[in-house]
Design a binder for this molecule. Sequence first.
Ligand SMILES: [Zn+2]
Length: 312
Amino acid sequence: MAWWSRKNKATELSSEKRSVPTGLFVKCEGCSATVDSEKIREALRCCPQCGHHFTMPTEERLALLLDEESAEEQDLEITPRDPLGFRDTKSYADRLVALRRHTGQPDAFRSFLAQLDGVPVSFGVFQFEFMGGSMGSVVGEKITRVFERAAAQRIPAIVLSASGGARMQEGILSLMQMAKTSAALQRLRAIGVPYVSVLLHPTTGGVAASFAMLGDVILAEPGAMIGFAGPRVIEQTIRQKLPEGFQRAEFLLKHGIIDSIVPRCELKPRLGQLLRLLRGELPTTPTTAPTVTPPTTSPKSPSEPPVPPQVP
Ligand SMILES: [Zn+2]
């Protein structure tokens, strides 16, 4: 018997021994507690004990963020092909058919014109359930169109990324999407229309190495893994142990790669506030006398410029 067969059998045995029925309780990856899956769903797929963010299905995410009945889905007519006739254990064409049936979507990205917290936006979200959110020609084209619509209508662009990177089944055509999306974004930037990038777990490979990291503001969900290559590949390449928490959102925030970590339950109001600030509107709260500067961090913050000495 080959070693992988033995391993599979061992996995099957261990899964049979599970005392908690699948679907009723889940073990939290954050705190190892056994939590009622219904309670997790009610808490927007977050652990009620430690706040660990579980993966959220795309449909639930859309319902959470976009204003009710405001979303008009775009680019539904674009569907993927198999330009290289790619085949591994299964042909790419067959994989696409199976995934389309399983997810009900033609590819791994969905684009919308919608309102978010009352602000019109050109919005896009990765459908991670479709081939790990990998970016092929269709995903790249749809992202480009999100930016182009934002430019044409002069409304902010928001893209929520969750991707394993470029789609190997489309080879070089997938890699070209990195340049294509970045160029579209540059045109958006040239006319001064903002783009907010939201990084979900995981955002890696060619997506992280292009438009996902080019946001005017970059937000991330707590604990999201964000990076180009995976930690195991990096460790093998540089032959060094990586620091704890490497490539997690908290690590990236500490090192200045992203702007803020926003818990899922706060994402919609925070995005709305951010969009209004970028539009030049002053915050509506607090209701005290209006100020000309946006709220800053504590005066003791290390980023605060030093106060010049007072001359008597
Ligand atoms: Zn937990």
